[in-house]
Design a protein around this ligand. Structure first.
Ligand SMILES: Cc1ncc(COP(=O)(O)O)c(C=O)c1O
Length: 384
């Protein structure tokens, strides 16, 4: 093997002794925050109606505290909706698309899923699709500001993110619909460039799945109040009635019954974000976590980022390629799992073979540092 910091790679196969305190590096549901304790969640709302005064107060807090912690611009609305990020994204597409042409940019599995919705389910004829392979971004400069725009901020299955929102026109006529589920709380989002943003609690905050968050700009609200799509709209997707936004959804009156346990868990996560210093700190944590892996990759020639351009490297879903056949990568991740040092770090099933290590804010930098020598050990085990 080539030299690696003066050692042969073969020579560094001693089994490390230090293990990550928390081996959960899954990309969703993601690790609970440091210090998380299910037993200390407030249970006062359990067994109570979500329409009770208490239930409504907690659900309204979900909306208000999210807006405050994220620093949303005045006039932006936050709603809690069913069916996780998928539910939020699909209800937005079903409710808002069709009024004008749409440009869809995608570069991995979930974005491809939004394309399929638009092409095969909504069957929008006036749609343009811009695709890139795993590891790359499509040519974002092709976005037409008169068209609606659908894209994923951080491609969770390729570890490729858009570096910024400079390519989105400030004076656009179309709406931007952005699936940001693995970016919110981890990456700086240019809210004024985003009309619809969706995410779920189970990603960067390590919350529970099944509940989706839908953030709307005033222009998105205007669309909801001025456009009635020609297709049927299930109750579970309905955001407007009689040409008016159903405002209550954005004040805690959910469309259907949420889990109040999951709500308590999310509020706990939001409190944690505020306690550690807000979104500035959660972003910084993700950046520091990515830096741990960047240092490791820079000093080992058998491992590479799937993201080709450094500026597009995700600081949450970090996807890595190895110089190993698929079966050996599987063996490697099995060894790491058996050793109790890394759970669920296989690449996504539709993505190129490799590793995907979650670096979101709930993952401790020290745990990633402890994991790195284990990667080297496991690679040596399967390589030799
Ligand atoms: C970019 C992206 N979009 C959508 C989803 C689907 O999210 P959910 O399962 O929360 O609906 C995921 C899940 O990993 C994702 O990473």
């Amino acid at each position: 093997m080539p030299l690696d910091n003066g050692r042969t790679a073969r020579g560094s196969s001693l089994k490390p002794t230090l293990k990550p305190n928390n081996p959960n590096f899954s990309s969703g549901p993601c690790s609970k925050r440091p210090g998380y304790d299910l037993a200390s969640l407030p249970t006062v709302s359990l067994g109570r109606s979500h329409r009770s005064a208490l239930g409504k107060k907690l659900l309204a807090r979900v909306c208000e505290q999210t807006a405050r912690v994220l620093g949303l611009p005045e006039g932006y609305l936050v709603g809690l909706v069913p069916a996780s990020d998928t539910g939020a994204m699909e209800m937005a597409m079903w409710s808002m698309l069709g009024q004008r042409p749409v440009d869809v940019f995608y570069w991995e599995s979930f974005g491809q899923g939004w394309r399929a919705d638009i092409e095969q389910e909504l069957r929008l004829v006036d749609a343009r699709f811009f695709e890139a392979d795993y590891g790359q971004l499509p040519d974002l400069a092709q976005a037409n500001p008169d068209h609606d725009l659908v894209f994923t901020w951080n491609g969770t299955t390729s570890g490729v993110r858009v570096p910024d929102g400079d390519w989105i026109a400030a004076d656009r006529q179309g709406l931007t619909l952005c699936d940001a589920t693995s970016a919110v709380f981890a990456q700086q989002l240019p809210w004024d460039k985003l009309d619809v943003v969706t995410y779920s609690w189970q990603k960067v905050l390590g919350g529970e799945a099944a509940h989706g968050m839908l953030i709307l700009s005033p222009r998105a609200v205007q669309r909801l109040e001025s456009w009635t799509p020609p297709w049927p709209m299930p109750k579970i997707f309905r955001l407007a009635k009689g040409g008016r936004l159903i405002k209550d959804i954005f004040q805690g009156a959910t469309i259907n019954t949420p889990s109040m346990l999951c709500v308590a868990d999310y509020l706990d996560a939001l409190d944690w974000v505020e306690a550690i210093g807000g979104v500035r700190e959660t972003i910084a944590r993700c950046d520091r976590n990515l830096a741990v892996i960047e240092r490791f990759v820079a000093s080992h020639d058998w491992i590479e980022f799937l993201a080709v351009e450094p500026a597009t490297r995700s600081n949450t879903s970090v996807c890595l390629q190895l110089d190993l056949p698929a079966a050996s990568v599987k063996r490697m991740t099995a060894l790491l799992d058996e050793a109790g040092v890394a759970r669920d770090i296989d690449a996504y099933r539709e993505a190129p073979t490799g590793l995907r290590i979650w670096c979101g804010a709930t993952v401790a930098e020290t745990d990633l540092e402890a994991l790195m020598p284990w990667l080297e050990w496991a690679w040596n085990e399967v390589k030799n």
